[in-house]
Ligand binder design. Structure first.
Ligand code: ADP
Length: 568
């Protein structure tokens, strides 16, 4: 039965019973009232008249005026005849009283009248007795009915009180519990309310909703799992090692390549803290180091019984959570690009350049020797045209010698074979040596070479030969990229830090700011500049100075000149 019907019926029944109780009460109270009124009106008045008539009868023996009182009460009694037999007795009384009025001395009439009055009283007293029995019965039956209906009413109200709140509250409690479970993603929750009421419909709607949620959840979960599998397979099939870390350096994933170069099992790496593993694994330590400090130097790893080279790239991963503005850093992905094939080619190239440069040096040296012999007067006279040709050949062979020298230096730098001969050296010696070496060249271009040196310059820890080579390279460039009659200024001074700064300033064409960052890269030449060089001079200079613990730099403004410097 529906809750609404139950409530309507229950409350309706209670209402009806209360009305029935009120009706019964009213009916019985009225009946009792009527019973007592009957006694009062019908019989009490008659007894009153009878008592007054008896008193008047006795009084009339001495005072005939008392007969008037008798007459009045008899008249009242004649109008109040209510009981069976009372009419006859009252009529007899009236007849005997009338006889007495006509003959007051008749002594037989007074006892007769007394008997009549007594008869009337007797009849009314019997009636009072009988009527009080009837009133008693009415009261008993009223009590019975009222108690019965009241008990029924109480029982009904009690049953309602016990059952109805539970009937409503219990399903509501169960439903609330299930809704909470569903909110906690426990989608298998179902409700069953046995009785056929509104809650049954509610339960069926709730169960449908839970089923749909479960379906939606599991379909989402399976598609997410599918996507996860797909991405895992993708990462696993990548030829480059990939490691994913969360914001606390916890390893989230590592593909097969990464595990193989690290010689670790998945269980030893995934889910573990990378910083903790790094304490006992050097390779992991170098991998998780921020890119800046490790530089762009490739990571050398001995794997698969050979040396492999990897270029490390740390990609920071950030997300903007739904509904938020700020981006959250949630971890990093470390990708190691396998550059071993390029490294192998690079080695081959370096070896080739080293061999060729080395092999070229001897024939160039013999060409120069032959030129010296040709210039010697003992060899024989040469005309002007021949001298010019000899000078041109000498210039070209000098250039060739410079190029092969630079290439050889570069191969040494690339193979890490720079032999440094560091010693306490005088900065002035280095500078004078370099300036002397380019003096002729500067003179040819009418360029003024000036030198400013600080007083009491300290000794520097340097390889004098390599540092002079760098200085010569800076000066040669300065002269080459200056106009005729230009000026090249060399400054050497001690800085506040204690280091000695060597700089070469020219007022030549300057360098476009777009290229100053790349000027020290190997083989880099500013587009449009003279093609005669190799693009190696500045790169070798940087390597030489850094190998001695120093630093190099450039400041330049297009059209106004450049200043190349290094500190030792
Ligand atoms: P190169 O042998 O080509 O001169 P470098 O490494 O010495 O190689 O120089 C690299 C490039 O830097 C040159 O191609 C040139 O364009 C530029 N450069 C070097 N020095 C100067 C300078 N003093 N003024 C203008 N450009 C310069």
């Amino acid at each position: 039965m529906k809750i609404k019907t139950k409530l309507t019926l229950g409350v309706g029944m209670l209402f009806a019973m209360i009305i029935l109780l009120a009706l019964l009460g009213t009916v019985y109270i009225n009946a009792l009232k009527k019973d007592t009124e009957n006694i009062l009106v019908d019989n009490y008045n008659t007894l009153e008249y009878s008592r007054n008539m008896l008193l008047a009868l006795d009084e009339s023996q001495h005072n005939p005026a008392a007969l008037q009182l008798f007459r009045d009460n008899l008249a009242g009694q004649l109008l109040n005849i209510t009981e069976p037999g009372e009419r006859e007795a009252t009529t007899s009384l009236d007849r005997h009283f009338k006889a007495l009025q006509q003959n007051l001395t008749d002594s037989s009439l007074r006892p007769q009248i007394r008997r009549d009055i007594s008869q009337v009283m007797q009849l009314n007293m019997s009636a009072i007795k009988r009527k009080s029995v009837v009133a008693g019965n009415t009261a008993a039956s009223a009590t019975l009915w009222i108690v019965s209906v009241g008990t029924l009413c109480f029982l009904f109200a009690f049953v309602l009180l016990v059952n109805l709140p539970g009937n409503i509250a219990e399903p509501l409690r169960e439903l609330t519990e299930r809704i909470r479970s569903i909110a906690a993603q426990n989608y298998s929750q179902r409700v069953t309310f046995g009785s056929n009421n509104e809650f049954r419909e509610l339960a069926s709607s709730f169960n449908t909703m839970a089923e749909k949620l479960q379906e939606y959840h599991s379909s989402n979960l399976s598609s997410l799992l599918m996507e996860k599998k797909r991405i895992e397979t993708l990462i696993n099939n990548m030829k480059d090692p990939v490691i994913g870390l969360d914001e606390n350096q916890q390893v989230l994933f590592a593909n097969q390549e990464a595990l193989s170069i690290l010689s670790l099992k998945s269980n030893d790496l995934v889910g573990k803290n990378a910083t903790e593993i790094a304490e006992r694994n050097d390779l992991i330590r170098s991998l998780i180091q921020p890119q800046g400090t490790a530089g762009k130097e490739p990571v050398k790893i001995y794997a698969d019984q050979k040396e492999s080279y990897f270029q490390k790239e740390i990609i920071p991963i950030g997300i903007t959570p739904t509904g938020e503005q700020t981006r959250l850093q949630i971890g990093n992905v470390i990708i190691l690009k396998n550059i071993t094939p390029f490294k192998e080619l690079d080695f081959a190239k370096t070896n080739f350049i080293a061999t060729v440069s080395h092999e070229l040096k001897t024939p160039i040296a013999s060409v120069k020797m032959s030129l010296q012999l040709l210039k010697n007067k003992n060899t024989g006279p040469v005309n002007d045209e021949q001298r010019q040709l000899i000078e041109s050949i000498e210039e070209d062979s000098n250039r060739l010698l410079k190029i092969t020298g630079e290439l050889l230096n570069m191969t040494q730098v690339e193979t890490g074979n720079i032999q440094m001969n560091i010693q306490e050296s005088r900065p002035a010696d280095i500078v004078h040596y370099a300036m002397d070496a380019v003096a002729f060249h500067a003179e040819q271009k009418n360029i003024r070479l000036e030198l400013y040196t600080g007083e009491d310059l300290p000794l520097v820890k340097a390889d004098p030969e390599k540092t002079s080579w760098v200085m010569i390279n800076f000066l040669t460039n300065a002269i080459r990229y200056s106009r005729e009659h230009g000026q090249v200024t060399v400054t050497v001074r001690q800085e506040d830090t204690g280091k000695v700064l060597f700089s070469v300033q020219d007022n030549g064409k300057g360098i476009d700011p777009r290229y100053t960052g790349r000027i020290f890269d190997r083989y880099f030449q500013v587009p449009g500049s003279s093609r005669s060089g190799t693009g190696l001079g500045l790169a070798i200079s940087k390597e030489f100075i850094e190998a001695q613990g120093g630093s190099v730099g450039v400041e330049s403004e297009i059209g106004r000149g450049s200043r190349f410097y290094f500190r030792l």
